[in-house]
Design a protein around this ligand. Structure first.
Ligand SMILES: [Cu+2]
Length: 179
């Protein structure tokens, strides 16, 4: 720990230490006070980072995405920004479209090189992940098990639209935008 950080932390803790009457010659309790002040600080910044990640910024969807997800109940016209992450999770069988018939988030933007893990909830019957046209996503036959049943790493940019074969007509569709 640098001298300046020690001094800063000590200054901040001085009030509490002085109030306890332990300012002079009390390395033990003083040390504890310094430690907990640092812990608080770390907890605060960790919470902030988490909120940014999950609370999430979002951006307006392109026409291609908006048209594709027009009948998807959990699509609100925006794309969740999850760029800059090695791994992103999309829930399969999320509450949407009149049951557990959704992908969550329905639309997400990621960086190229990101692995998307599709995590089944086990709800809503059997689901799969299948690209429109000749796209790269194909989890195979629909299953109703729980857990990460499929993952795909997106190496090149583009807009990738996909659906669940049994529930496409209900609106169980998703889009991944790779920048
Ligand atoms: Cu489904």
């Amino acid at each position: 720990m640098s001298d300046s950080l020690n001094r800063r932390t000590l200054l901040r803790s001085t009030g509490a230490i002085a109030a306890a009457g332990l300012l002079a010659g009390c390395s033990g309790d003083g040390g504890d006070a310094t430690e907990s002040a640092t812990d608080d600080e770390m907890t605060e910044s960790a919470t902030e980072a988490e909120m940014t990640e999950s609370g999430g910024s979002s951006m307006e969807a392109s026409d291609e995405v908006a048209d594709y997800l027009g009948e998807t109940s959990n699509f609100d016209g925006t794309v969740a920004d999850m760029t800059g992450q090695d791994t992103v999770t999309v829930t399969v069988g999320a509450e949407a479209n009149g049951g557990a018939f959704g992908y969550d988030p329905a639309a997400v933007q990621i960086s190229s090189g990101t692995t998307v893990e599709f995590e089944w909830t086990g709800e809503g019957g059997t689901h799969n992940v299948k690209s429109e046209g000749d796209g790269p996503l194909d989890s195979g036959g629909a299953v109703d098990t729980e857990g990460v049943e499929y993952e795909h790493t997106f190496e090149s940019s583009g807009t990738f639209r996909y659906y669940c074969t049994p529930h496409k007509s209900l609106g169980m569709k998703g889009a991944i935008v790779v920048e």
